[in-house]
Ligand binder design. Structure first.
Ligand SMILES: Nc1ncnc2c1ncn2[C@@H]1O[C@H](COP(=O)(O)OP(=O)(O)OP(=O)(O)O)[C@@H](O)[C@H]1O
Ligand SMILES: [Mg+2]
Length: 481
């Protein structure tokens, strides 16, 4: 409610000196409008991933008490089941603690002090509600925590009832030992029904889950779609153990940046042998080339090949099929995800953030090393084929582990940043020609110019070359005799 002051506002447009309160005017959002806006800028797939993010955050909340090894998710899972009637996601990730459910979890937008675990993916407090309304009109959220069981109902009438924004929660007998959350969304919208019965949509969703959660999957988290476990898709780079005779290695470019609350690790490298520029080659796969950006273990930009990761910016080459051997990873972590340049739909980065600008400059440095190296092998790719094929490949965590022993140099221009530039083998083209240069008196040059070209003012370079060609012809004639 607006304040009902007894004083008139200090504004020239207000003519009355005495306050004369009439009534309140409406300022609350219309629910239909609110729900339409909330769900407008997110795709169905991304809305579903928001629900998976919540399972992972749930696991983060309880994991510390249960798992010995830090940074692992073994034993935790999320199961998604979809059909033309309803959507269901179930996890064993601890449930939603009642205090959190009661005060913040079901609000459309969380207050800044929302109780989130360290390193969580959730940022603004809308993902779960947005997903529910993107998919359907009613839902029920069951939660089994170590303390108790309850469920919250989101009935289809909620959207019509304009004044009450709250939902009702009900007690439930604790029937199972496991703790977790189960969300069932019904009254599916036509768009969701259509997608859930479309094989192509489900295949794309599976790929998107692999690409988005491959780090978490590699750390033990399991995700099932309609009963089938979704595999991870690791990004690996060639990492030679021993140098060649010239002291060169095929290894990634690395960059790291660490402050008290934020860690960034970048690796850009070759994932396999350099491809010949031959678009007819059936193995010519570019989809999984490019740079992936990760925030708190969750990929927010998979295999990017655009200006967002520096391709085609300034003097950096635009992505081209020829560069399909180049891959990169930006791995960011912060206890508070709001420190990271992540968008609220979690499928992009905030290009304007100061941190991301530092990161993009580093990416450009790395991309340049590999594009210019690729170009140096152009037309000679087969010479290094075997070397690439034999080079061991390492994923992000293995690269991080062995990067400790590398000789990093601190970046003077950026506090807290350091860099490792690989000394890659390059093709040095052996020239079959040499330059000749000499000086002669100007008068002699004019004389020779007159002799060769009937013009004493030819450029000295041309006169020099003409002289050489003249003598060369004579020398060839002598040899032939
Ligand atoms: N599966 C789950 N397990 C445990 N807690 C959950 C689960 N789903 C939701 N929650 C709780 O509900 C809260 C609200 O979820 P919601 O997705 O709406 O917002 P958020 O995750 O905080 O932020 P974001 O809008 O970025 O997703 C979460 O912060 C979390 O505390
Ligand atoms: Mg969320």
């Amino acid at each position: 409610m607006t304040s009902k002051n007894n004083k008139s506002p200090d504004n020239a447009l207000v003519k009355s000196t005495e306050v004369n309160y009439r009534d309140d005017v409406k300022g609350s959002p219309d629910k239909y409008f609110f729900v339409a806006m909330l769900t407008r800028d997110i795709e169905l797939e991304d809305a579903i991933l928001d629900l998976v993010d919540n399972c992972i955050d749930g696991a983060l909340r309880v994991r510390c008490n249960e798992l010995e090894e830090k940074d692992r998710f073994d034993g935790y899972w999320a199961k998604i089941n979809v059909n033309e009637k309803d959507f269901e996601i179930e996890d064993n990730c601890g449930g939603i603690p009642w205090e959190i459910a009661k005060s913040v979890a079901f609000r459309n937008g969380a207050p800044p002090n929302a109780n989130r675990p360290e390193g969580s993916i959730g940022t603004v407090g809308i993902g779960m509600k947005r997903a529910i309304f993107k998919l359907g009109r009613s839902a029920i959220v069951f939660s089994d925590t170590s303390e108790d069981s309850y469920y919250v109902e989101i009935p289809s009438e909620w959207i019509e009832e304009q004044t009450n924004w709250d939902f009702r929660a009900y007690n439930q007998e604790k029937a199972v030992e496991t703790t977790g959350t189960q969300i069932q969304i019904t009254d599916l919208l036509d768009s969701a029904k259509k997608s859930f019965t479309d094989g192509a949509f489900l295949t794309d969703l599976k790929t998107k889950i692999s690409d988005t959660y491959h780090i978490l999957i590699s750390k033990g988290f399991k995700i099932y779609l309609n009963g089938v476990e979704v595999p991870g898709r690791n990004i690996e780079m060639c990492y030679e153990e021993t140098p060649d005779n010239d002291g060169k290695f095929i290894r990634p470019f690395l960059w790291k940046y660490e402050t008290d609350d934020t860690k960034v690790f970048i690796a850009i490298g070759y994932r396999r042998r350099i491809r010949k520029e031959d678009p007819t080659n059936p193995h010519y796969e570019t989809k999984t080339a490019g740079i992936s950006v990760i925030c708190n273990n969750r990929v927010v930009l998979p295999y990017d090949k655009t200006h967002r990761t520096g391709w085609g910016v300034g003097d950096i080459a635009s992505f081209h099929n020829q560069f399909s051997s180049i891959v990169g990873v930006v791995d960011m972590w912060s206890a508070k995800i709001s420190n990271l340049p992540i968008t609220t739909t979690k499928n992009g980065v905030d290009l304007d953030s100061d941190l991301y600008q530092l990161i993009r400059n580093a990416l450009m440095q790395g991309i340049k090393i590999f594009t210019s190296n690729t170009t140096s092998w152009k037309k000679n790719e087969s010479e290094v084929k075997r070397r690439f094929d034999n080079a061991p490949r390492r994923d992000l965590s293995a690269i991080k582990a062995c990067s400790v022993g590398l000789s990093w140099s601190a970046k003077k221009s950026i506090k807290n940043a350091s860099i490792f530039k690989p000394d890659l083998p390059r093709k040095v083209l052996s020239r079959t020609d040499s330059a000749i240069s000499f000086r002669k008196p100007k008068s002699d040059i004019r004389l020779v110019s007159e002799f060769l070209f009937d013009d004493e003012n030819e450029a000295p370079k041309r006169v020099g070359e003409g002289t050489f060609d003249y003598v060369l012809k004579a020398a060839e004639k002598t040899r032939r005799r």
